[in-house]
Design a binder for this molecule. Structure first.
Ligand SMILES: C[S@@+](CC[C@H](N)C(=O)[O-])C[C@H]1O[C@@H](n2cnc3c(N)ncnc32)[C@H](O)[C@@H]1O
Length: 578
């Protein structure tokens, strides 16, 4: 059932959230200029909760002339929502089993609806209100074939999630001036792959409100949700977002000097008006609620950032006191992907005794489990059996016959390794690592950092270790001085850059963990290398990187580092990034 949920994107909206969304939509809809029977659509209605909720709310508002229309591709859910709507007092309703995406592109000849089909077969704008929580299914789960097909059909760029085409199809079905209120994953707000969707929404809607529900766990979705409320544009507003209301609700993990309130449950946080920290009795958790402004960055590919005026001023100051971004000078790479970690990566190669592969092929591995800011964890050493080398300027695979022990070891897992069909199809040897990266770079000094971490852990490796696929790395390709890497290490590990990261990319996961995607880290701004402040940062980082340093000295030096980093950007030191 779990897999079913993951691949069909079926996680139903809880009633309180459905009621909240329904009320938001009703508050925005212009009932005064509509005299016809309203049509209300949920194109992926599941068990019908959203349709039930909006119907009840409309009744309470004294509106009775409306028809609810639901689609779902799953027959079981269609039956369930029919049953629930029949039991309610809703008179005018139609629940249809259909693939809404196919329908809205007109490519399913067997579907004949008596409403709203244009001559071309497309669903023309026929509804006044759309309330929906469409499926979110990422490319990895959709499969690349289906994702590519959807991207082509709906003119989307980059990695597609199933809710992207839903947003487009829903917009097609909505009348101009109609309201779309939708729950999706929050990823499109902040990721590069969400760029085409952001553009689409800006081009087609007056964006009324966006609510990032972050890690509030309002319902059992595998992703962090967001709510979007927009009016299908009557006239062009040139993509302006300055009137858009933006709310962010996240779990508050650290202490905060914001005002504290006590409230029943996380659902009630949705309805309160004041910013602050809300302590909830049901979940025994604290939630931070902040109203912000959406800033659309001009550069192509950049995300929307959502900041208060003070936060916007602060990030601007950081940017204007910078000379470069990391991406101007370095390429950020991801680590190796073996696609058979249990064969290639081990902590305990010695336990294999005589069967241990030749030492020369076993390389130290930095992985997210054994890395910290200024050192690796000595008790968590890992090695990777690395069957690649670099010869005459080229990446090559080793001659396995020259390493009989490694060959014997790998042959033991031959069946598993050969099951990697993509590797064989690519004309590669069965015992290779799928993504070995460039072996000539491993020897060089490099900064390594985990993809997911609650705090920044930018570590300088000068021992030639290999980097695992759960980390990224920045290598000094041209072998000049390592000072630029030390400067980046000091700044990237600071509270100041953590705050910049949170404000600019807003991508916290559950329990305050952050993503350190290439696309974010490449945009870290940093000051001139030869400024006095930068040189001071480099000196402190050199001391922090000394292996024998004790934890008290680390604390003192980190505090000093924070002050120097703040000086470098002309702002106050940050004691707690939040
Ligand atoms: C996230 S659930 C939400 C259900 C409901 N709207 C709610 O909020 O409780 C998504 C629903 O989309 C349905 N679905 C998935 N792909 C669909 C498609 N192509 N056309 C119509 N429904 C689809 C699933 O069966 C599931 O019921």
């Amino acid at each position: 059932m779990k897999l079913d949920i993951k691949s069909t994107g079926a996680t139903f909206t809880p009633r309180k959230l459905a009621d909240f969304l329904a009320e938001k939509i009703i508050n925005e809809f212009d009932f005064d200029s509509t005299s016809h029977e309203l049509k209300i659509l949920d194109p992926a209605c599941g068990d019908g909760e959203l349709l039930l909720s909006i119907s009840k709310k409309l009744n309470t508002f004294g509106i009775s002339k409306f028809k609810t229309i639901g689609f779902d591709s799953n027959g079981k859910y269609v039956a369930e929502s029919k049953k629930r709507l029949d039991l309610s007092s809703i008179q005018n309703k139609e629940i249809i089993q259909a693939d809404f995406l196919q329908m809205s592109t007109g490519s399913d000849p067997q579907l004949e609806f008596n409403f709203g089909k244009s001559k071309t077969g497309d669903l023309k704008s026929f509804v006044d209100i759309i309330i929906s929580n469409p499926p979110y299914v990422r490319t990895q789960i959709l499969g690349s074939k289906k994702a590519k097909l959807l991207a082509k059909k709906f003119k989307l760029k980059g990695r597609v999630d199933l809710y992207y085409p839903f947003l487009i199809s829903m917009t097609k079905s909505l009348k101009t001036g109609g309201i779309l209120g939708v729950i999706t994953s929050n990823r499109f707000l902040f990721t590069k792959s969400g760029e085409s969707v952001r553009k689409f929404l800006i081009d087609n809607y007056e964006i009324i409100e966006v609510i990032d529900l972050g890690d509030t766990k309002l319902f059992d979705a595998a992703v962090l949700p967001a709510i979007f409320i927009g009016r299908k544009e009557l006239k062009k507003t040139n993509g302006k977002l300055d009137k858009t209301k933006f709310l962010r609700i996240y779990e508050a993990l650290n202490g905060s000097n914001r005002k504290q309130f006590y409230i029943e449950s996380v659902f009630d946080v949705l309805n309160v008006t004041k910013d602050g920290i809300y302590n909830t009795a049901t979940e025994h958790k604290k939630y931070k609620k902040i109203k912000e402004k959406i800033k659309k960055k001009k550069k192509k590919g950049e995300t929307w950032t959502m900041l208060t005026n003070d936060e916007a001023k602060w990030t601007k100051k950081i940017e204007s006191n910078s000379e470069y971004t990391i991406g101007d000078l370095f390429k950020v790479r991801v680590g190796i992907k073996t696609t058979a970690d249990e064969v290639f990566i081990r902590k305990n190669w010695d336990e294999l005794g005589n069967e241990k592969p030749e030492r020369i092929l076993l390389k130290e591995l930095i992985s997210q489990e054994n890395i910290d800011r200024w050192r690796t964890h000595p008790n968590c050493k890992m090695k990777v059996l690395y069957p690649h080398d670099f010869k005459d300027g080229k990446k090559v695979v080793i001659n396995i016959n020259k390493y009989p022990k490694a060959r014997k070891y790998l042959e033991k897992y031959q069946e598993k390794l050969k099951s990697r069909k993509y590797l064989i199809a690519a004309g590669r040897n069965w015992f290779e690592i799928w993504v070995p990266q460039n072996p000539s770079y491993w020897k060089k000094p490099k900064l390594v950092f985990p993809d997911i971490s609650s705090k920044p852990r930018f570590f300088l490796d000068v021992c030639g270790s290999i980097v695992n696929g759960n980390c990224y790395w920045i290598v000094n390709e041209n072998n000049e001085s390592i000072d630029p890497l030390l400067l980046i290490q000091g700044i990237a590990n600071s509270n100041l850059m953590t705050k910049y990261h949170d404000l600019s990319f807003n991508n916290k996961l559950y329990s305050g963990r952050r993503r350190y995607f290439t696309q974010y880290v490449e945009r870290y701004p940093f000051p001139k290398l030869d400024s006095i402040e930068s040189q001071e940062i480099i000196q402190i980082v050199k001391e922090l990187n000394i292996d024998s340093i004790d934890s008290t000295s680390i604390k003192v030096l980190e505090e000093e580092l924070e002050i120097k980093v703040a000086n470098a950007y002309g702002v106050k030191p940050i004691s707690n990034p939040g």
